[in-house]
Design a binder for this molecule. Sequence first.
Ligand SMILES: [Zn+2]
Length: 203
Amino acid sequence: MPGAHTHDLITVVTGVALAPLTFSTNLALGIDTQLALQQTVIVVGAHLLSGIMFSPDLDLDSAIDNRWGIFYWIWRPYMWVVPHRSRWLSHGLVFPPLLRLFYFFWMVVGVLIGAAWLFGRIGITLPNFHLVVSAAVLGVVTRHPREVWSFLVGFVTGSAAHSVADWLVTGGKRYLRRFGFVVRFNADNHDHWRGYSRRRARY
Ligand SMILES: [Zn+2]
Protein backbone atom coordinates (compact mmCIF):
# COMPACT_ATOMS: atom_id res chain seq x y z
CA MET A 1 0.00 0.00 0.00
CA PRO A 2 1.33 3.45 -0.79
CA GLY A 3 2.57 5.66 2.04
CA ALA A 4 0.81 8.77 3.35
CA HIS A 5 2.67 11.18 1.08
CA THR A 6 2.01 9.08 -2.02
CA HIS A 7 -1.65 9.00 -1.06
CA ASP A 8 -1.63 12.80 -0.68
CA LEU A 9 -0.17 13.10 -4.15
CA ILE A 10 -2.80 10.72 -5.54
CA THR A 11 -5.53 12.76 -3.81
CA VAL A 12 -4.27 16.03 -5.32
CA VAL A 13 -3.78 14.60 -8.83
CA THR A 14 -7.20 12.92 -8.89
CA GLY A 15 -8.75 16.09 -7.42
CA VAL A 16 -7.27 18.18 -10.25
CA ALA A 17 -8.50 15.62 -12.80
CA LEU A 18 -11.95 15.73 -11.22
CA ALA A 19 -12.32 19.49 -11.78
CA PRO A 20 -12.95 19.52 -15.58
CA LEU A 21 -15.03 16.35 -15.26
CA THR A 22 -17.32 17.87 -12.62
CA PHE A 23 -17.54 21.19 -14.42
CA SER A 24 -18.51 19.63 -17.77
CA THR A 25 -20.97 17.22 -16.10
CA ASN A 26 -22.70 20.16 -14.40
CA LEU A 27 -22.87 22.06 -17.68
CA ALA A 28 -24.28 18.98 -19.41
CA LEU A 29 -26.98 18.85 -16.73
CA GLY A 30 -28.04 22.34 -17.80
CA ILE A 31 -26.55 24.20 -14.85
CA ASP A 32 -25.25 27.70 -15.59
CA THR A 33 -21.51 28.41 -15.66
CA GLN A 34 -21.35 30.28 -12.36
CA LEU A 35 -23.18 27.55 -10.44
CA ALA A 36 -21.22 24.80 -12.24
CA LEU A 37 -18.01 26.47 -11.08
CA GLN A 38 -19.29 26.61 -7.50
CA GLN A 39 -20.22 22.93 -7.54
CA THR A 40 -16.80 22.07 -8.96
CA VAL A 41 -15.05 23.94 -6.15
CA ILE A 42 -17.20 22.07 -3.60
CA VAL A 43 -16.55 18.65 -5.17
CA VAL A 44 -12.78 19.17 -5.47
CA GLY A 45 -12.59 20.72 -1.98
CA ALA A 46 -14.47 17.77 -0.44
CA HIS A 47 -12.28 15.34 -2.41
CA LEU A 48 -9.12 16.91 -0.96
CA LEU A 49 -10.59 17.14 2.56
CA SER A 50 -11.65 13.51 2.46
CA GLY A 51 -8.35 12.18 1.08
CA ILE A 52 -6.09 14.25 3.30
CA MET A 53 -7.94 14.73 6.62
CA PHE A 54 -10.54 11.94 6.59
CA SER A 55 -8.28 9.35 4.97
CA PRO A 56 -9.16 5.64 5.19
CA ASP A 57 -5.83 5.19 7.00
CA LEU A 58 -7.37 6.78 10.09
CA ASP A 59 -8.04 3.12 10.91
CA LEU A 60 -4.44 2.71 12.05
CA ASP A 61 -1.85 4.50 14.14
CA SER A 62 -1.02 6.74 11.26
CA ALA A 63 0.38 10.05 10.24
CA ILE A 64 -3.18 11.05 9.45
CA ASP A 65 -4.54 11.60 12.93
CA ASN A 66 -1.49 13.75 13.70
CA ARG A 67 -2.94 16.15 11.16
CA TRP A 68 -5.80 16.75 13.56
CA GLY A 69 -3.36 18.27 16.05
CA ILE A 70 -4.67 18.35 19.61
CA PHE A 71 -7.92 16.81 18.37
CA TYR A 72 -6.20 13.59 17.24
CA TRP A 73 -8.03 11.65 19.99
CA ILE A 74 -11.34 12.12 18.16
CA TRP A 75 -10.18 9.31 15.85
CA ARG A 76 -8.84 6.96 18.51
CA PRO A 77 -12.10 5.01 19.09
CA TYR A 78 -12.44 4.61 15.30
CA MET A 79 -8.86 3.37 15.12
CA TRP A 80 -9.35 0.90 17.96
CA VAL A 81 -12.58 -0.56 16.65
CA VAL A 82 -12.02 -0.68 12.88
CA PRO A 83 -9.66 -3.39 11.60
CA HIS A 84 -6.99 -1.99 9.27
CA ARG A 85 -8.11 -1.96 5.63
CA SER A 86 -11.59 -3.20 6.45
CA ARG A 87 -13.59 -3.11 3.22
CA TRP A 88 -16.76 -2.33 5.13
CA LEU A 89 -15.60 0.22 7.66
CA SER A 90 -12.58 2.07 6.28
CA HIS A 91 -11.31 1.01 2.84
CA GLY A 92 -14.49 0.66 0.83
CA LEU A 93 -15.83 2.85 -1.93
CA VAL A 94 -18.97 4.55 -0.61
CA PHE A 95 -20.03 3.50 2.88
CA PRO A 96 -16.73 4.01 4.80
CA PRO A 97 -16.22 7.72 3.93
CA LEU A 98 -19.84 8.43 4.85
CA LEU A 99 -19.35 6.48 8.06
CA ARG A 100 -16.32 8.66 8.91
CA LEU A 101 -18.35 11.79 8.31
CA PHE A 102 -21.20 10.46 10.47
CA TYR A 103 -18.75 9.37 13.16
CA PHE A 104 -17.07 12.79 13.17
CA PHE A 105 -20.41 14.57 13.54
CA TRP A 106 -21.44 12.40 16.49
CA MET A 107 -18.07 12.76 18.16
CA VAL A 108 -18.39 16.56 17.95
CA VAL A 109 -21.93 16.40 19.35
CA GLY A 110 -20.78 14.00 22.08
CA VAL A 111 -17.89 16.26 23.07
CA LEU A 112 -20.19 19.29 23.25
CA ILE A 113 -22.67 17.39 25.44
CA GLY A 114 -19.79 16.18 27.65
CA ALA A 115 -18.39 19.71 27.98
CA ALA A 116 -21.83 21.12 28.89
CA TRP A 117 -22.23 18.40 31.54
CA LEU A 118 -18.78 19.04 33.02
CA PHE A 119 -19.31 22.79 33.21
CA GLY A 120 -22.75 22.14 34.70
CA ARG A 121 -21.05 20.20 37.54
CA ILE A 122 -19.16 23.33 38.55
CA GLY A 123 -22.22 25.53 38.26
CA ILE A 124 -21.60 27.04 34.83
CA THR A 125 -24.46 26.63 32.38
CA LEU A 126 -23.35 26.54 28.77
CA PRO A 127 -25.73 27.13 25.87
CA ASN A 128 -26.86 23.94 24.15
CA PHE A 129 -24.03 23.99 21.62
CA HIS A 130 -24.81 20.47 20.42
CA LEU A 131 -28.31 21.59 19.44
CA VAL A 132 -26.90 24.67 17.71
CA VAL A 133 -24.46 22.51 15.69
CA SER A 134 -27.14 19.92 14.82
CA ALA A 135 -29.58 22.65 13.74
CA ALA A 136 -26.87 24.31 11.63
CA VAL A 137 -26.04 21.03 9.85
CA LEU A 138 -29.72 20.25 9.31
CA GLY A 139 -30.28 23.79 8.01
CA VAL A 140 -27.48 23.45 5.46
CA VAL A 141 -28.78 20.03 4.34
CA THR A 142 -32.34 21.27 3.83
CA ARG A 143 -31.54 24.68 2.33
CA HIS A 144 -28.64 23.67 0.04
CA PRO A 145 -29.31 20.11 -1.13
CA ARG A 146 -27.36 20.54 -4.38
CA GLU A 147 -24.24 21.72 -2.55
CA VAL A 148 -24.59 18.93 0.00
CA TRP A 149 -24.79 16.34 -2.78
CA SER A 150 -21.70 17.82 -4.45
CA PHE A 151 -19.88 17.71 -1.15
CA LEU A 152 -20.83 14.07 -0.57
CA VAL A 153 -19.77 13.11 -4.12
CA GLY A 154 -16.35 14.74 -3.62
CA PHE A 155 -16.05 13.22 -0.15
CA VAL A 156 -16.69 9.74 -1.55
CA THR A 157 -14.29 10.13 -4.51
CA GLY A 158 -11.52 11.44 -2.22
CA SER A 159 -11.69 8.27 -0.16
CA ALA A 160 -12.24 6.00 -3.17
CA ALA A 161 -9.01 7.28 -4.80
CA HIS A 162 -7.16 6.06 -1.70
CA SER A 163 -8.85 2.66 -1.52
CA VAL A 164 -8.44 1.98 -5.24
CA ALA A 165 -4.73 2.87 -5.03
CA ASP A 166 -4.31 0.44 -2.12
CA TRP A 167 -6.13 -2.34 -4.02
CA LEU A 168 -4.09 -1.74 -7.18
CA VAL A 169 -0.77 -1.92 -5.34
CA THR A 170 -1.75 -5.05 -3.40
CA GLY A 171 -3.36 -6.70 -6.44
CA GLY A 172 -0.46 -5.69 -8.70
CA LYS A 173 2.11 -7.22 -6.36
CA ARG A 174 0.11 -10.45 -6.14
CA TYR A 175 -0.28 -10.54 -9.92
CA LEU A 176 3.45 -10.06 -10.54
CA ARG A 177 4.27 -12.73 -7.96
CA ARG A 178 2.15 -15.19 -9.92
CA PHE A 179 4.55 -14.72 -12.82
CA GLY A 180 7.58 -15.22 -10.62
CA PHE A 181 8.43 -11.56 -10.00
CA VAL A 182 8.91 -10.77 -6.37
CA VAL A 183 8.29 -7.11 -5.69
CA ARG A 184 10.90 -5.87 -3.26
CA PHE A 185 9.17 -2.55 -2.74
CA ASN A 186 7.34 -2.82 0.52
CA ALA A 187 5.50 0.04 2.14
CA ASP A 188 3.86 -2.07 4.83
CA ASN A 189 5.64 0.03 7.36
CA HIS A 190 4.08 3.21 6.10
CA ASP A 191 2.77 5.36 8.86
CA HIS A 192 3.78 2.93 11.60
CA TRP A 193 1.62 0.05 10.45
CA ARG A 194 1.90 -2.81 12.92
CA GLY A 195 -1.01 -4.96 11.97
CA TYR A 196 -4.33 -5.05 13.73
CA SER A 197 -3.75 -7.79 16.29
CA ARG A 198 -0.38 -6.47 17.42
CA ARG A 199 -1.74 -2.96 17.61
CA ARG A 200 -4.63 -4.08 19.75
CA ALA A 201 -2.27 -5.91 22.07
CA ARG A 202 -0.32 -2.72 22.55
CA TYR A 203 -3.24 -0.60 23.71
ZN1 LIG B 1 -4.91 2.68 3.07
